[in-house]
Design a protein around this ligand. Structure first.
Ligand code: GLU
Length: 425
């Protein structure tokens, strides 16, 4: 059922999601001279809900999982962010990811705050019915803090449109038909055209802008993508078909596939659609997940889990011009500094992968207006929104001589702080 299959983390990231976000936050808060009390407001979560999720398994046993919904900030609008199902999804990870959503929606200038949800579970071990029961029970327990004007979930790691459909059904069974309570739904249930590919498409638009600005012609340039789930697979397809880039390697949980001449992406996608592992694709050489990081390329796109670019593993050896963070928090702060010293640019997660939540905004707006946009309209608006955000980051980075990440944080923090100040206390 998964739309996002990620290579397993070699080991637990040396820093928790929360610690990563905190250290990046401090750098940017200094840049915009943020007052101490505002730092406290912006760093601490607005509301945290932890729930017990008992699920009747197919064999009759009851298993009890732990779930979280953390609303980081709602000053600019209803809280917004995905729900992930993963064995390592814990409180700190969900909190760090919730904070990133606040910065992401602020940077895109869409009227949402930030939230994230997670259930500590390995969904690959569940049957479809168990997964449905888990989703329904989790939704029942967090429903009290959800709502179209309160908090709107969406897909994330290991969740997809079907899971969103169950959330919609469960919520609506008590509150009445409420499509705007969740985004990333199937199109037949009020989902938006273009939502599923939106994160990958947004990554491509940002790459196109960067390529133009920094003189790395995208056509024919070499791309390596770690992760072939929702983000990685759509990105590969779009870079190949719309941008003429050469995707030379991709990886999934079981390993990767490499072809220096460029992979036949439509062929690989058809192979994976039959449920076969990428490593068994005959159009390239099979490689390990570690080997993937050593391949020389122009664009390296981590598009799976967090904490994969680290000082200990690959930050000193990665051989690319630009790291484009398709995943959330793939680079640890120490690795980030190493890449900076090495002159490798990093396009940060909450700019690079913001296409998903941006089209979630369009989906929400369509649901509230009960009016459907065309796919072309969605893509056009997405391009305009993400490009505007990219340009503001590029300009501030240049003006203050800071990295894209610090500039992006500076802009986002300023917007959320302004909204907090205007609301008053
Ligand atoms: N889970 C996605 C993200 O990390 C999408 C969130 C959303 O659409 O609300 O941005």
């Amino acid at each position: 059922m998964t739309t996002t299959d990620q290579p397993a983390r070699p080991s637990r990231a040396p820093m928790s999601g929360r610690a990563i976000v905190q250290s990046q936050f401090d750098r940017a808060a200094d840049l915009i001279n943020l007052e101490a009390y505002m730092r406290k407001i912006l760093m601490s979560p607005f509301r945290e809900v932890q729930v017990e999720v008992p699920v009747r398994m197919d064999d009759g046993r009851i298993e009890v999982f732990t779930g979280y919904r953390i609303q980081h900030n709602g000053a600019r609008g209803p809280c917004k962010g995905g729900i992930r199902y993963h064995p390592e999804a814990d409180h700190d990870e969900v909190l760090g990811l919730a904070a990133i959503m606040t910065w992401k929606t602020a940077l895109m200038d869409i009227p949402f705050g930030g939230a994230k949800g997670g259930v500590t579970v390995n969904p690959k071990k569940l049957s479809k019915l168990e997964l449905e029961r888990l989703t329904r029970r989790f939704t029942q327990r967090i429903a009290i803090v959800l709502g179209p004007y309160r908090d709107i979930p969406a897909p994330d790691v290991n969740t997809n449109a079907q899971v969103m459909a169950w959330i919609l059904d469960e919520y609506s069974s008590r509150q009445g038909y409420t499509p705007a309570v969740v985004t990333g739904k199937p199109v037949a249930l009020g989902g938006s055209l273009g939502r599923e590919e939106a994160t990958g498409r947004g990554v491509m638009y940002v790459i196109q802008e960067y390529a133009r600005d920094f003189g790395i012609p995208l056509k024919g340039s070499r791309v390596v993508i770690q992760g072939f789930g929702n983000v990685g697979s759509h990105l590969a397809r779009l870079l190949d078909s719309e941008a003429g880039a050469k995707v030379i390697a991709v990886s999934a949980v079981e390993g990767g596939i490499y072809n220096d001449k460029g992979l036949d992406i439509p062929g690989l996608l058809a192979h994976v659609a039959q449920g076969k592992p990428v490593t068994e694709w005959t159009g390239g050489k099979s490689i390990t997940n570690d080997e993937l990081w050593t391949i020389p390329c122009d664009w390296l796109v981590p598009a799976a889990l967090g904490g994969v670019i680290t000082k200990e593993s690959n930050a000193r050896t990665i051989d690319c011009k630009v790291v484009v963070e398709g995943a959330n928090e793939p680079t640890t702060p120490t690795a980030d500094r190493i890449l900076e010293e090495r002159g490798i640019a990093v396009i940060p997660d909450f700019l690079a992968n913001a296409g998903g939540v941006t089209v979630s905004y369009y989906e929400w707006a369509q649901n509230l207006q009960q009016y459907r946009w065309t796919h072309e309209q969605v893509n056009r608006e997405l391009k305009a929104t993400i490009t505007k955000a990219y340009l503001s980051v590029r300009d501030l980075a240049k003006q203050k001589a800071v990295t894209f990440r610090t500039a992006a944080y500076g802009i986002a923090l300023q917007r959320v702080a302004d909204a907090e100040r205007l609301r008053g206390n």
